[in-house]
Ligand binder design. Structure first.
Ligand SMILES: CC(C)(COP(=O)(O)OP(=O)(O)OC[C@H]1O[C@@H](n2cnc3c(N)ncnc32)[C@H](O)[C@@H]1OP(=O)(O)O)[C@@H](O)C(=O)NCCC(=O)NCCS
Length: 153
């Protein structure tokens, strides 16, 4: 499965390399079986330089099937390491997520964010739409939460 995914997202990985002016690799860890509840993919983009001894993680993102609905993939726990933020990486990384979710037959990508201008801009730029009835104040964290969706048609 990993080889297939690598081929699929090769153009976006090249885009990451172009932005960072270095060579990165991407690794996938999967859990569960399609289309059963519990299917998950964790992707880690790191610098492909074995001589570096410090942490070389550039970005991590997680895709998990919505419990009880095999047409929805949730994108969650996406982060870029501090040194690699504000460089435009969210654009190719969102394209990767969409390609992967489409490849596995999902119709919708769903995300929630703590509402900030940065999170809003990044998701809007990636073509996500706010799910207005699911924008709310969290009674656990007292932070405003925005829910986002993108149709993968
Ligand atoms: C949210 C997060 C994933 C965004 O990733 P990112 O790679 O920094 O996103 P981008 O660089 O593509 O875009 C962020 C901003 O940088 C700007 N930017 C893009 N390329 C740039 C460049 N070359 N130079 C300067 N700024 C640039 C973008 O325009 C954008 O600013 P804007 O929102 O004012 O338009 C990252 O900040 C992060 O890991 N945050 C912590 C975890 C988190 O909050 N995750 C939730 C994800 S929804």
């Amino acid at each position: 499965m990993s080889g297939e995914l690598l081929k699929l997202i090769e153009p976006e990985l090249q885009e990451v390399n172009k932005i960072l002016k270095m060579t990165c690799k991407i690794g996938f860890e999967t859990e569960g079986k399609l289309p059963l509840t519990g299917f998950k993919i964790k992707a880690t983009i790191s610098i492909d330089n074995p001589s570096l001894s410090w942490n070389t993680t550039v970005s991590v993102f997680n895709l998990t099937q919505f419990p009880g609905n095999c047409a929805i993939m949730i994108t969650h726990e996406t982060y870029q390491s501090y040194d690699y933020r504000k460089k435009g990486l969210s654009v190719p990384i969102h394209k990767m997520k969409e390609k992967i979710a489409r490849h596995f037959g999902y119709s919708i990508l769903l995300a929630t964010t703590i509402t900030t201008n940065l999170n809003d801009n990044v998701l809007e730029k990636a073509g996500f739409k706010k799910v207005e009835p699911l924008c709310f104040l969290s009674s656990r964290t007292f932070k405003r939460i925005t829910t986002w969706m993108k149709e993968l048609t």
